[in-house]
Design a protein around this ligand. Sequence first.
Ligand code: RI2
Length: 312
Amino acid sequence: MKQLKETAQKIKSMEIRGAGKIARVAAAQLRDRSTRIETRNIEEFNREMKQAARLLVNTRPTAVSLPNAVRAVMRYEGDSVEEAKASIKELADGFILNSENAVRKIGEIGARRVRDGDTIMTHCNSSAAISIMAAAHDDGKNIHVLATESRPRWQGHLTVKQLDEKGIKTSLIVDSAVRYFMKEVDLVVMGADAVTANGSVINKIGTSQLALAAHEARKNVIIAAETYKFSPRSLLGELIEIEERSSSEVLADDKLKEFSNVSVKNPAFDVTPREYIDLICTEVGAIPPEMAYIIIRECLGWELGDMGKMNI
Ligand code: RI2
């Protein structure tokens, strides 16, 4: 359990981060955990696996990719521990491979919406969004990216580093400059932590005001999201929980202590209504947000039936 707990802690602290990445890491952790469970009793094995699954799911509440990945692996079958382990390995490896392919495919599909000479604005650090920009660049399109810092965790620094390594011209801007620069923008490309049945997108805090500024300026907003970021539970009326992170990410504890009447609010995500989104680019195609329901039914249908049973 030690390794799993350590990884769970890294996901919590965001040493391991990004909705797709934490999903792949969780799948791999469940697979690795299963190999280390020594019992030959299937009931005991199942209990241990459930405990591991719960630990991973409880690390971060917003990114739906995480419970979706865990459930994808926890669908394993087997009457014996040996069979169960083989099934877990197949499901986990399959999920990871599909996920990597999905990010690549999203790049191919999304790049078709990028024109030569476009200025693209992005927010936070999304591997799916970067896949689109990288594919457009590889296609020989000359693009310029405006990347927000994405406070308080500065994921924008990762974005500019990754784009720089690919040879893409990028400007780092402060989060509050998005409307100032919107007139220069041709296209906004961002990632997602969750997509609900009604087509709303939950992504890094600041996404909704960026989308609002783009909408006002009549600029297209593309969300890059693998299908496993869509929320089957939203179909049952469940709301996506917005993670509230530590105040120390915004203001150091000793500074905060100097005040008597000040608190810090630090929601990590916000909700962008579908009206501000033109397209959600998934690995199975670029869809209008109104079609989110279809993705949930077609690609995650199994999950609905399993939800009660899994109990995680
Ligand atoms: P990919 C991140 O969350 C960002 O909000 C980003 O847009 C989203 O996950 C998707 O990232 P955080 O872990 O899966 O930084 O596209 O809180 O990499």
